[in-house]
Design a protein. Sequence first.
Length: 684
Amino acid sequence: MMKSRLLSLSMLFFAFLVAPSLMAQKSTRVDPWVISAEAPFPPNYYGVTVANGMIGIVSSSQPFQVKDVVLAGAYDLYGRGRVSNFLKSFNLLNMHFSVDGEEIKSENIRSLKQSLNMQRASFTTSFDFRDKATITYTYYALRQLPYTVLMDITVQAKKDIEILPASVMEAPDALRDVQNYYNEIDRPHVVISLLTSTAKSPTGKLLMCASNTFIFNEPHGQEPRLIHEMWDNNMHLLKFSHKIKAGETYRFAIAGSSITSAHHDDPLNEAERLTIFAKLQGTDRLISFHEKAWADLWKSDIQVSGDEQSQQDIHSMLYHLYSFTREGTSFSLSPMGLSGLGYNGHVFWDADLWMFPAILVMHPELAKSMIEYRYERLDAARKNAFSHGYKGAMFPWESAASGVEETPVWALSGPFEHHITACVGLAAWNYYCVTQDKNWLREKGWPIISATADFWASRVERNGPGHYDIMNVVAADEWAENVDNNAFTNGAAKVLLQHATEAATLLGISPDPDWALVAENIPILQFNGLTQEHAQYKGEGIKQADVNLLAYPLKLITDPGQIKKDLVYYQSRVPNQGTPAMTQAIFALLYARLGQGDTAFHFFKDAYMPNLNPPFRVIAETKGGTNPYFATGAGGILQAVLMGFGGLDITSTGIVQVPSSLPSGWKKLTITGVGPAKKNYSVP
């Protein structure tokens, strides 16, 4: 009785939260690709990110301002917990902009509107400055140029005006030893003026460099004259003035590049070279190549018929995962991607278990970068296992540049949340399953899979048949610390060992017979006809899905009756606050596979609707949370769509489709460009 009452209260709470948005959906058409907001913005404005897998730009509510610029792979020690943290880069796109001597500010503009175009990966701001001009600017993290950004500005004059735009280069507070440079390169056909800055990271470990320039449409010799001003050690600017007649439109752009010594051995000169390259490409070519690259990404899409708001939200989740990853790198994803400094920019199981599968089925080439990240840090994982008295490779709970453990000491996850080592090995196996690339499996996958299997064979405590126990861990449900025989940890270790044996057979390698023996004897605990979360579990509240992960993605529990029992029980143990979005995502996925589409839809919406922050519907980690963008949650929710409603399933022979059920409000679900063969799937 209590269980059903808790679920009923949860459903009522959910209905209360989503009802206003559903009513709005009836009266206003929701654009599937564009999320827009108009001033006045809410006081709790949360910026949305434009990124290209290497550089992320976070929006601001203030005209010609950008909140943050974040670079993948740039870490140094400062701030939280004596461990490395993401670094903010120089802000390449901030401007001071005056019209007839009056600087543009929030107070003297009207009709302010901002919009994120997910199809084009662009962010546009437009407004009227008094009765004199309409100004529009759009910025891009250029997909074809990993370290380069562009801002395209248009001024439509309503009266005769004189504009004075100034590109401002300012160092973030954490950087030190700032050096500012102005360089002018004169060629017969073009003059290139470079506004450049360098600074050292907090400990001096890295050199961070940025450079930008104006791009004009006027013929050579008719461009505005540029003036360089040094304001202080941390800021300088480049400006020009230009007169515009009433009724005329004037267009110019700013292109800039940011790179560090973590990415290049000569970052100062490279930042300037990349900026010169962008300038001589020109604005229209830069945008054209960028849009073509994104058009290729969107060939892998999820299309929902009959629910405009869900369609937009799904596009937003896909857009963010595509934005935060990049082909041909060895970078993985932090829980907040490139949207800021959340969780220090570290890589957790969030990457391997929650974001990786959705990226893998849609774009294996993007997912490959995430596995390459783990492969390059395999030696560090071996040393971590050695220092803990184990064999094989033990991957850290929090990883950054080097692959050593980066969890703050006060968090017990660092020494005890070992299930990540199984998650890494399973991600490598899944990459093979989707791509069927045996050469990759032999060269990169097998070293990861075999080393993680060796870890688990040494990690278990052999207490007799059926009792190869895994003691003293932090569970996937992280409220359960230092518990024994955790369901997900044991299940993930068991499945990883089984796949290691399978991988060896595929490669013609004799598998270690101990792997199968250990897998057979790792216990999955039961109580009262249910799967028990851990040996000490007595029915208390849980932070997130743990037991339910044994049905998916582990597939250890396949009986529909058992899956349903575990769902009903554990969904009633999840509180309405303080739990991450992935919990309800797994419930949604499993209910869809059980044929209960409307129940699945409840949990699909409950996974993210209460987590949305204004004005661009950015997802926070928890209901009512304020730390967006939570890419982990997006990855889990997309799995609910792809593998739940869509029925996609990763098997040893590739991607297949299993029976599933759609919500009654969805007419059709179409998934395009899946896997290496770019197949299309649909339901019904």
